[in-house]
Write a protein that binds this ligand. Structure first.
Ligand code: BG6
Length: 477
């Protein structure tokens, strides 16, 4: 395969933080063909050297640092163009200069702010860029609700076929998310237990210590439900709950995910208060540093009612999961950063020991990817009563595969886009269903005037977020 990679938005935060480092590591681990070019389009009138310097800083600070020979090779791939990608004249000239060889495949990555997606698509259309062997990769947010998602989708479909569109949800590219699929579908012991008969509940926690990272305007229109739940948490929920697909490829996988999303129980005025807790951080201390509250961030509107924390008790109305709650929780400015899926098995049907006995499977996505299965163990000793303690069978990726590079989600996803494998990208129907579910929740809290509860930065979120699960006699792990 002969392919090139075109980044629109070459000086942007996403390109610098994720795309260049991912491409550098793909090269380092021999996943890029020697002739692959990285064509960069940037609107800012900065020199190529300025871009190279910025990328260098990122690679220097990355996991394995910068290797001089690799770096030289990487810089040689970069073709840099300053121009406005919403201008069809600029795009046609770029094509004639940089990618007019129709035999070469091209992956175009739109690393752009969401508000210019329409004008870029229009320009791509007017410049007649989208030949069949070009793929378009786009980032979330894809809209702010179902209606705006559909408008974006229509524009994309007016310039290319569904197979050419690669919608990124980077959580699907995370190594531990992939490992969850391996755990479920490459082992036999779990499958008979993976249902409402044996599982008490599931928790998906995506907790962050960062705040809104200077993105107040964006975040204010978004909030935790749209920013994190609609995409990342629902995708993780799909991986936990989906039926085994016929193949680990394309349609088989997203059809299995679609069925999960179709069975999500609607949250409306009858159950919102029992199922949803919203929070907004106030000033506090995170990692020993004093941090401002959401309403004190620069540009903040004092009357904002946007949530920076959300906890949801979701239910799936289907045969496998009937009666099993899925507790979803995500928040900014929390005490610790971690992303974990916890599958809590039921207690034994009849207790012969004094303590509660239940197994728990914990899939840690970050930091330190691992899978831990907690089994009840007898504490050694000759006490009159047997004492039990949950002990983990621990599969830490870094311990099990020492020295092996654990790829960042973007490495995996960019490589898949280059190889035209869209399995780990989201399908429009999945996004329609998840937007629909989220839109219903938002419409309900708007009609009930259901506001976020303040919580101090650096803590565990609002007390009501804890009560959401303790009221069911369960705890967040
Ligand atoms: C992004 C959200 O999609 O995911 C951010 O817009 C969030 O608000 C980020 O911080 C989290 O990604 P990760 O990979 O750091 O967990």
């Amino acid at each position: 395969m002969r392919a090139d990679f075109l980044i629109i938005g070459g000086h942007g935060d996403l390109a610098l933080r994720k795309l260049y480092p991912a491409l550098y590591y793909l090269q380092k681990f021999n996943h890029l063909t020697d002739d692959l070019r990285i064509i960069v389009v940037a609107r800012q009138a900065l020199s190529k050297q300025a871009l190279i310097d910025k990328i260098r800083l990122r690679i220097d600070a990355s996991e394995q640092g910068l290797d001089a020979a690799e770096w030289e090779k990487f810089v040689a791939r970069l073709c840099y163009h300053v121009g406005d990608a919403t201008d069809p004249v600029f795009l046609s000239a770029l094509r004639d200069k940089s990618f007019n060889d129709s035999a070469r495949e091209l992956v175009i990555y739109l690393a752009i702010p969401p508000d210019i997606i329409f004008s870029i698509c229009k320009a791509l259309q007017q410049a007649d860029i989208m030949r069949p062997n070009i793929r378009l990769v786009i980032e979330k947010p894809l809209g702010n609700n179902l209606e705006s998602f559909n408008s974006i989708n229509q524009v994309l479909l007016s310039i290319c076929t569904p197979q050419q569109i690669y919608r990124i949800d980077h959580y699907l590219g995370k190594e531990a998310a992939q490992n969850l699929l391996a755990l479920r579908f490459a082992n036999t012991f779990l499958e008979p237990l993976w249902n409402a008969h044996h599982i008490d509940h599931v928790q998906i926690n995506v907790l962050e210590t960062v705040g809104i990272e200077g993105r107040w305007q964006f975040y204010e229109q978004t909030g935790a439900l749209r920013d994190m739940v609609q995409s990342h948490l629902l995708q993780l929920l799909c991986l936990v709950a989906m039926e085994p697909p016929a193949k680990m490829f394309g349609e088989s996988v997203y059809n299995a995910k679609l069925k999960v999303l179709m069975s999500l129980r609607k949250i409306d005025e009858h159950n919102l208060r029992q199922c949803v807790v919203r929070g907004q951080y106030t000033r506090g201390t995170v990692d020993g540093q004093a941090v401002p509250g959401y309403l004190e961030e620069s540009d903040a509107d004092q009357h904002s009612t946007t949530e920076t924390f959300i906890a949801i008790k979701a239910s799936l109305d289907n045969w496998r999961w009937g009666g099993v709650p899925f507790y979803l929780r995500t928040g900014k400015r929390m005490q610790k950063r971690y992303t974990e899926i916890v599958v809590q098995f039921q207690n034994v049907p009849h207790k012969v020991f004094a303590e509660d006995q239940a197994n728990r499977l914990v899939i840690r996505l970050q930091p330190d990817e691992s899978i831990r299965l907690y089994l009840m163990n007898k504490v050694p000793g000759i006490d009159t009563t047997t004492r039990l303690h949950p002990t983990a069978l621990n599969l830490s990726l870094s311990e099990a595969f020492p020295g092996l590079h654990i790829p960042d989600a973007y490495e995996r996803l960019l490589q898949d886009a280059l190889r035209a494998n869209n399995t780990l990208f989201t399908h429009s129907e999945e996004l329609e269903l998840s937007w629909k579910w989220v839109d219903d929740i938002i419409a309900t809290w708007q009609s009930l005037d259901y506001k976020p509860i303040p919580y101090a930065a650096g803590g565990d979120g609002p007390a009501a977020g804890i009560a959401l699960i303790t009221d069911d006699n369960r705890v967040w792990y």
